[in-house]
Design a protein. Structure first.
Length: 422
C-alpha cells in the first residue's frame, strides 16, 4: 500500500493535460502527471518505468533539485496555493522501486550492437549519457579520474542533503546495464584523446568545470582563501572550530559550504552576497535551512579586499545598491562610495562558479568566450567525433540540466550512428 502522506500528495495533483510542470519546469521533461497518476493507481513499477523513459537519476533529483525553480515552480496548483510536492513523490517512487527490487536493466529491452562510445567523466552528465547509450545497445566505457563515480553527487553535495548510499545505488543500477568503467584515468595524464579516437566511434567529454572562479581582489592569494568546489571535491581538512568563516556567493554551492562548515563548530559563518536575498540563485529552502542553523547573511555587500600578512585576518566589505542598467535583465549591484567597513575573518570560501581546468584548455578544442568548450546545437565540439556537455560546455548549472545534456548527447550519437532510438 502507498504511504498515507504520499497518497495525499498525489491526490492533490490535477493531472493537467498541458503539463507545465513537465514541459516548462522540468529540465528533463519527465512525464510528471502520468507518473503521479500511476502512483495514484498504486502501480509503482509503472511510475518508475515512466520516469525511466527520461531520467536515470530520480532518487537524486527527487532529493536535491531546486524544485521551486523548476517543476514545482510551474505547477498550476501553485498559482493560487501550494504546488504539488513533485520532488517528494519522485523520491518516493525511486525508493519504493528499489525496495521492491525493480532495476533499470529489467525495464530497458537492450539489444547490443557493435558501436562503441567513450564517456570521460562519471558525474550526472556522464552517467546519464552512458545509461541512454547502453539502453540502445551501445558498448560504453566510462573513464573516471577518481576511484569512484558520481562526480559532484559524491563529493559536491553534503550527506545531509544527498545520502551517499542513494548515489551508490543509482550508480550500480546504471552500471548493471553493461557499462564498463576505467578508474584513475585522468585526461591529459594517462588518458589521451587521440588514442581514444582510434578505438571509439564517438567520445563524450563530461568532466565538469570544477576549478573555482576567483574574484580578482587584493589578498585573494593569502593563506586561508579556498575555492568552494575544491573544498568539497578534495575534502580539504581544515579546522574551522572557533573560527570566523566567510562564504562568498549566493548559489547552492555557497549554501552547501556554509552548512557543512557550520556543523564543525565555527565561531561564526557569514554568507556574503552582493545582491539582495530575492536574487539569490540558491533554492529558497536551502537559504531558510541555513538561517535556521545560525548562518548569518550579509546581503548587498561586496568584497573590496582581503587583509592579512601571510594569512587572512580581516575582510574589507563595501555595501552595494541595485540599479537597472540598459540591456540587463537583472538589477546590477554597484558599490556605494565610502560605505567600506572591516570584519574579522579567519577563512574565506569562494563559491562564484566554476571554470574549466588547465588540462581542458590543452585539448585543442575550440572554446567559447566564457572559456567553456564550444559546442553546436548537437553538442558536438570543433572535432565532430567529440561531444561535450554539462558544466564543461556551460550548460545550466543544476544536476537535472547536466543530466539533460547527457541524455541529449546520447540521442544525438544514436542518431548519427543510424540506430533506432528505443
Amino acid at each position: 500500500m502507498i504511504d498515507k502522506n504520499i497518497t495525499e500528495k498525489v491526490e492533490y495533483c490535477l493531472n493537467c493535460k498541458v503539463k507545465p510542470c513537465s514541459n516548462k519546469g522540468c529540465p528533463l521533461e519527465n512525464d510528471i502527471p502520468n507518473f503521479i497518476k500511476a502512483v495514484k493507481e498504486n502501480d509503482i513499477k509503472k511510475a518508475y518505468e515512466i520516469l525511466s523513459e527520461t531520467t536515470v537519476l530520480p532518487g537524486v533529483c527527487g532529493r536535491i533539485c531546486p524544485h521551486m525553480k523548476q517543476c514545482q515552480g510551474s505547477c498550476v496548483r501553485g498559482i493560487k496555493g501550494n504546488p504539488v510536492e513533485i520532488g517528494k513523490i519522485e523520491k518516493y517512487v525511486y525508493d519504493t522501486a528499489k525496495e521492491n527490487g525493480i532495476k533499470l536493466k529489467d525495464i530497458y529491452n537492450i539489444k547490443p550492437n557493435n558501436k562503441k562510445v567513450a564517456v570521460i567523466g562519471g558525474g550526472p552528465a556522464g552517467l546519464t549519457c552512458s545509461a541512454f547509450l547502453a539502453k540502445n545497445g551501445v558498448n560504453v566505457t566510462i573513464y573516471e579520474q577518481y576511484n569512484y563515480l558520481g562526480g559532484i553527487l559524491m563529493h559536491g553535495i553534503p550527506e545531509f542533503r544527498l545520502p551517499k548510499e542513494i548515489v551508490k545505488k543509482t550508480i550500480n543500477d546504471i552500471l548493471d546495464l553493461g557499462i564498463n568503467v576505467e578508474y584513475n584515468k585522468k585526461l591529459g595524464v594517462n588518458l589521451k584523446l587521440e588514442e581514444l579516437k582510434t578505438e571509439y566511434d564517438y567520445i563524450f567529454l563530461a568532466i565538469g568545470a570544477n576549478k573555482s572562479a576567483k574574484m580578482g581582489v587584493q589578498g585573494e592569494n593569502l593563506e586561508g582563501v579556498y575555492g568552494g568546489n575544491e573544498l568539497l571535491e578534495h575534502d580539504i581538512k581544515i579546522d574551522f572550530r572557533n573560527k570566523n568563516v566567510a562564504v562568498i556567493g549566493g548559489g547552492n554551492v555557497a549554501m552547501d559550504c556554509a552548512r557543512t562548515i557550520k556543523r564543525q563548530n565555527p565561531k561564526s559563518v557569514k554568507v556574503i552576497y552582493r545582491r539582495a536575498e530575492e536574487q539569490m540563485p540558491a533554492e529558497k529552502k536551502e537559504i531558510e535551512d541555513a538561517k535556521k542553523e545560525g548562518i548569518e547573511f550579509l546581503f548587498q555587500n561586496n568584497i573590496a579586499k582581503i587583509i592579512g600578512k601571510e594569512k587572512v585576518e580581516k575582510v574589507e566589505l563595501i555595501k552595494t545598491e541595485l540599479i537597472q542598467k540598459e540591456g540587463e535583465k537583472r538589477l546590477v549591484p554597484v558599490n556605494i562610495e565610502n560605505s567600506n567597513y572591516l570584519i574579522d575573518i579567519d577563512y574565506i570560501i569562494m563559491t562564484l562558479g566554476g571554470t574549466v581546468s588547465d588540462e581542458t584548455l590543452e585539448l585543442g578544442l575550440t572554446l567559447n568566450k566564457w572559456g567553456n568548450i564550444l559546442i553546436d546545437e548537437n553538442y558536438q565540439t570543433s572535432d565532430k567525433q567529440i561531444f561535450a556537455g554539462g558544466d564543461l560546455a556551460g550548460v545550466k548549472g543544476t544536476v537535472a540540466w547536466a543530466a539533460r545534456s547527457g541524455r541529449d548527447v546520447a540521442e544525438n550519437i544514436i542518431r548519427k550512428m543510424g540506430l533506432t532510438k528505443i
